[in-house]
Ligand binder design. Structure first.
Ligand SMILES: *Cc1c(COP(=O)(O)O)cnc(C)c1O
Length: 401
């Protein structure tokens, strides 16, 4: 079942991924194996041990068919991958990847558009361990090239960037890292493996917050790291040293989410595009930062490299105050106010990337000095006409004040 030919479409691969008959038995889905102890036949069996590879019962921390099936599914969806490791959250996957690859004395190059907790991890955990982080503007390839030093071991990329949504030339950034002997790690949560084939574009390690699209129902925290060859082996060893394991119930929820991922992403992408197009025509909106939108920053690169979009994008208000923006967000009825995204329900939050940025990227991405107040929308599965009507009444409410 999981041996689906690579030439099948993404929907077909999502349906069959990880469903090996030896794990599913006669039922459709892999059962939830709750287990700590795995019993051995006798003392000789115990003494013989088990190979340290997925697919062999040993002890609960090395997983059961439920976790193996999710790993197998995610590996199968990423062309060129050797294996996948699971972590209890997306952030744990990022820290697992970085702690798995970096040692004291190494330098990490981190894209200036990275997810904010990745920055905090660098400053508050990696720095005290003797790992130095330098930030770079991912749209400035020459400055990026110049930022490498002999101690640069890892590059952390994100595309599109959190909050500001700039699409980066990931193949070029990964190729430059390779020339300098550095390992490239991409936070690929926005597009996922069906929207951006990370390893096929030259990236060494792909990180996903499964919490977002794969879970898809706002009821799961989980992360994954997919890599190939030796890099995967090293990450796997360190994940075991750190004692990383996820619950089989959570793995089963992620597997359930995978089956409908294609359908949800298709709908959310189409709805996001409809909402983005409408927002572009509103006088109160200065910029719409949505890679799927023709003419938006990064659209050409998105067309070149991506095979799908999603419901997450930002827009910037034209010359408004913080109070105006709060009134707009508070007037929304269908959009919840909250972190995370990728669920079936729409969300809105204020975004102020200039607060955390250290390089000059954000003005270049379309944020002028007077138009700085952003709103990030996660478009869910509601009818787009209803979402547009909700935004219309909220913009009206902002103007009336
Ligand atoms: C949410 C998110 C994460 C972290 O995932 P959690 O499961 O919430 O820890 C990492 N990267 C990006 C881009 C995210 O949006």
């Amino acid at each position: 079942m999981s041996d689906t030919p690579d030439d099948c479409g993404p929907g077909t691969r999502l349906v069959s991924a990880g469903r090996r008959p030896e794990w599913t038995g006669p039922v459709v889905n892999v059962p939830v194996w709750r287990a700590s102890t795995h019993l051995y036949a006798d003392s000789a069996d115990l003494a013989a041990g088990r190979p340290n590879a997925d697919g062999h019962f040993y002890y609960g921390r090395r997983g059961t068919p439920t976790q193996w099936a999710l790993c197998d599914a995610l590996t199968g969806l990423e062309p060129g991958a050797t294996g996948t490791l699971l972590y209890p959250s997306g952030l744990a996957a990022i820290s697992g990847a970085l702690l798995g690859l970096l040692d004291a004395g190494d330098v990490l190059l981190m894209s200036d558009n990275a997810y904010e907790p990745s920055r905090a991890l660098a400053e508050k955990l990696l720095a005290p361990l003797g790992i130095e982080t330098r930030w770079f503007d991912p749209l400035d390839l020459e400055a990026y090239r110049a930022a490498f030093c002999p101690r640069t071991r890892v590059v952390l990329l994100e595309s599109p960037g959190s909050l500001t949504m700039e699409v980066c030339d990931v193949p070029a950034l990964a190729a430059i890292a390779l020339q300098h002997g550095a390992i490239s790690v991409l936070d690929n949560t926005w597009a996922g493996p069906t929207g951006f084939a990370a390893l096929a574009h030259g990236v060494d390690v792909s990180v996903l917050a499964l919490t977002k699209h794969v879970g898809g129902h706002s009821d799961l925290m989980l992360g994954a790291v997919t890599a190939s060859g030796e890099v995967h082996g090293r990450l796997r060893e360190r994940a075991q040293l750190l004692g990383q394991v996820v619950s089989p119930d959570d793995a089963a929820l992620a597997l359930r989410g995978l089956r409908t991922l294609g359908l949800r992403l298709e709908r959310q992408t189409a709805s996001a595009l409809a909402v983005a197009q409408w927002l572009q025509g509103q006088a109160q909106v200065a910029h719409v930062l949505c890679p799927m939108l023709p003419g938006a920053p990064g659209h050409e690169l998105w067309l070149r490299d991506f095979t799908g979009g999603c419901g997450l994008f930002s827009f910037v208000l034209r010359g408004r105050s913080v109070g105006d923006r709060a009134r707009l967000i508070d007037a929304l009825r269908l959009f919840g106010i909250g972190f995370s995204w990728g669920g079936f329900e729409s969300l809105a939050i204020p975004v102020d990337p200039q607060r955390i940025r250290t390089s000059s990227i954000w003005p270049k991405a379309g944020w002028a000095a007077e138009d700085r107040l952003g709103v990030r929308l996660a478009i869910g599965l509601e009818d787009p006409a209803d979402l547009i009507a909700d935004l219309q009444q909220a913009l009206d409410a902002m103007d009336r004040a």
